[in-house]
Design a protein around this ligand. Structure first.
Ligand code: NAP
Length: 253
């Protein structure tokens, strides 16, 4: 089960954190992968780890807000691997800022990376996937996407962008599933990465969070990565338009 041998995948924001966990897990499941990030720092290290698993991998510098760079990433993937089977929209930013202090530029930047970037990558990848009448797109949303029973202060732009990701996932499901492309989202809870470092660094905040997570620990990138492998596999062929929470049971509390 969950065998991705012969499949090819692009993961954005893959040099560290959840993206790195995803790209490694996809390779462990058998896929050849593209390690894409805005910065090339550490990308080559991730590529070498994947090559150590016996899979093909290469790094691509791609700022997901730039259509030309997204198109180039997709073109290079098709040139190197011949096709794209899996796209994981993961690159994101979450700068903490009180709502009353967020500038127009800061708002635009978060929406550009976290929502427009997902649109650009999904469109470019899907234009390739429709040719083979198959594909899997997995969008990394967040439990901070609204309507989930939990709120997040100082992240108005982030929460709005993630709500947009959930809506985009549902809409793309309608348009792309008939063309053989499954589109799903994952909503992680708190995952230990550089992004969540400022939140988890406060022992009181961390204690409060842990008290609300039935699993009793914060998540690790692998927890999200395993869900991505499942949604990318043939076993998930009948799942499209879903948002899967990966939160240690937080939302049930
Ligand atoms: P992370 O450790 O900060 O990694 C995000 C990666 O995305 C970084 O390598 C970052 O590069 C890259 N990136 C930023 N802007 C980009 C752009 N314009 N184009 C391409 N890459 C870009 O964050 P993470 O925690 O792994 O988060 C990954 C995803 O999970 C995000 O979508 C996030 O919203 C979501 N998520 C995270 C959590 C959590 O608790 N960590 C919870 C729910 C959802 P730089 O380092 O150079 O900026």
């Amino acid at each position: 089960m969950f065998d991705l041998s012969g499949k090819t995948a692009i993961v954005t924001g893959a040099r560290r954190g959840i993206g790195r966990g995803i790209v490694l897990a996809l390779a462990e499941a058998g896929a050849d992968v593209v390690v894409s990030d805005i910065s090339q720092e550490d990308c080559q290290k991730v590529v070498e780890e994947i090559e150590g698993l016996g899979k093909r991998a290469f790094a691509v510098k791609c700022d997901v807000t730039q259509k030309s760079e997204v198109d180039e990433m997709v073109k290079k993937t098709v040139e190197e691997f011949g096709k794209i089977d899996i796209l994981v929209n993961n690159a994101g930013i979450a700068p903490l800022k009180p709502f009353l202090e967020i500038s127009e530029e800061e708002w635009d930047k978060v929406l550009d990376v976290n929502l427009k970037g997902y649109f650009l990558c999904a469109q470019a990848a899907a234009r390739e996937m429709v040719k083979q009448k198959s594909g899997k797109i997995v969008n990394i949303a967040s439990v901070a996407m609204g309507q989930m029973g939990v709120g997040f202060a100082n992240l108005a732009h982030y929460c709005a962008s993630k709500g947009g990701v959930a809506a985009l996932t549902e809409e793309l499901c309608l348009e792309l599933t008939p063309k053989g492309i499954n589109v799903n989202a994952i909503a992680p809870g708190v995952i230990e990465t550089p992004m969540s470092e400022p939140i988890l660094a406060d022992p009181e905040v961390k204690k409060g969070l842990l008290a609300r997570i039935p699993r009793g620990r914060v998540g690790q990138p692998e927890d999200v990565a395993h869900a991505v492998v499942f949604l990318s596999s043939a076993e998930a062929d009948y799942i499209s338009g879903a948002v899967l929470t990966v939160d240690g049971g937080w939302l049930a509390g």
